[in-house]
Every structure is written in structure tokens, then in C-alpha cells.
Design a protein around this ligand. Sequence first.
Ligand SMILES: NC(=O)c1ccc[n+]([C@@H]2O[C@H](COP(=O)([O-])OP(=O)(O)OC[C@H]3O[C@@H](n4cnc5c(N)ncnc54)[C@H](O)[C@@H]3O)[C@@H](O)[C@H]2O)c1
Length: 251
Amino acid sequence: MLDFSGKTVLVTGGSRGIGAATVRAFASRGANVAFNYNKNYRAADLLKQECEKFDGNIFFMECDVSAYNEVELFLKKMGDKMENVDILVNNAGIWIEANIDSYTVDMWRKTIQVNLDSVFYFTTLIARQMREHNTKGSIINISSTAGQVGEKNYSHYAASKGGIISFTKSVAQELGPDGIRVNCIAPGWIETDMTEAIMKTNKSKIKKMMPLGFIPEPQDISNGILFLASDMARAITGEVLNINGGSVLCG
Ligand SMILES: NC(=O)c1ccc[n+]([C@@H]2O[C@H](COP(=O)([O-])OP(=O)(O)OC[C@H]3O[C@@H](n4cnc5c(N)ncnc54)[C@H](O)[C@@H]3O)[C@@H](O)[C@H]2O)c1
């Protein structure tokens, strides 16, 4: 089993879904884990309690990842409790359905701010910290299949997730000489709160898209994150790891 004892991990949007699976995955492997939540204090507190049975420290705080001042404050408070970050997982995101005729400027901005601006905010601040402390860190950004092949009725979401991929590939070149690796994971359909409504009506159709015959779970994504964060991936940077049950193979 991979061991992250002594490492400090920061997961954005960690209180539920893929983020919560990631917090559990690192905490259960000995890491100190910090995560932010957005409004749902109860879920965040329960997750903290669950993870406190492991050896590492757990820190959480409310933080709107789309607000730079809140991100700075989060990192300051986190810095009072924990060592410098070794592994950053930019996971927080939103997915609002709207086609090209119905989406508004506000919807567009909100999606880009939460999904893409946040990745820039955390990456730039943490990369600075990693460089100052000579940390050979790993940054993992959660993109999406939509960022590669597009997604009807979610063009603003697809644009934000495509932006994450090109940002990742660019920053990987800048930070590589400092030993900092930057990669993406692109999940396909995963059953979480984000997809709850669509799963209610379309689950069997979605399942049929999977050559493997099952819809991947949050833990399938956190497994990929663990791999990319580990020394097993020491030669991998600027890459996109697709975890989608093979759904894209079927069009
Ligand atoms: N579920 C899927 O099918 C799927 C597919 C591809 C990519 N993804 C991506 O995976 C990531 C995790 O999504 P999920 O499926 O676990 O969904 P989710 O809705 O369960 O989790 C999203 C997380 O982001 C947080 N968040 C949203 N807006 C925020 C804000 N302004 N400030 C702080 N936190 C905020 C939420 O609180 C939550 O913890 C997202 O980036 C999403 O786009 C999900």
C-alpha cells in the first residue's frame, strides 16, 4: 500500500464526492490532510472526525475557491496548523446545465471562476511555497472528459476543464526544473452529488456506455490521484490520466 506518512496534502472541495474520497485515501495512508468546504459544515466536520482515527492531522475550513482573498486566508490559517504542502489536489468544481442560447454571462463567469480561476489561485500560491522550501511536490488538477471532447449543453464547463488541461501542460514545463510535477485526471461519468439528478433518469443508459460494465466511483478517481502523487509516477508530468470506464471508446 502507498504510504504518505509525513506528507501534507491539500484537497479543494474535499467535503464530498471525489474530494472526500481523496481526503480519506490520503488520511488512511498517514498523510496530514487539509481541505476546504463550501457551505456544508456538517459534512466537512463528519469527514474530519472519520479521518482523525488515522495518524495524520486533519484541517478544514470554509473557503470559496473562486475568491482569491479567501484562498489566501485559507492557506494562511492552514499554514498555522500544518507543514508546507507536498501534494495539491485542485478538485472543487461546479457543473451547471445551460445551452448556448440560455446561458448567461453570470453563469459563464461563475463556472470559469470556480473551475478554472481557483486552479490558478491555488497552483500559483502553492507552487511559490514549494519552490521556497525546495519541495519536490505534486499538483493534480481534476479536469474532465468534457475538457477534451466537449460536452453538449455544458460548453462553459467544457471550456473551464479544457483550460485546466492546457494550464497543467504549461505549468508542468515551468515547474519541472524544480522537481514539481503537475498532472490532470479526467474523470468521465462518476456517481456523486454533481451527477445525482442525471443519474436518476439516465443511469442505465450511462452504464451501457461503459465497456467495463460499471460506472466508476469516486474511489476510482482517488486511486488515480494516489498514483500520480506517489513516487511511482516520478517520471510523469504534464499528462492527463483518463478514468472513465472506457466510456469515450463508445462515442
Ligand atoms: N462526477 C462526475 O461525473 C465528474 C466528471 C468529470 C469531472 N468531475 C470533476 O470532479 C470534481 C469533483 O466533483 P464531484 O463529482 O465530486 O462533485 P461534487 O459536487 O460532489 O463535489 C464538488 C466539490 O466542489 C466544492 N465546491 C463547489 N464550488 C465551490 C466553491 N465556490 N468553493 C469551494 N468549494 C466549492 C463542493 O463543495 C464539493 O465539495 C469537479 O471538479 C468536477 O468537475 C466530476
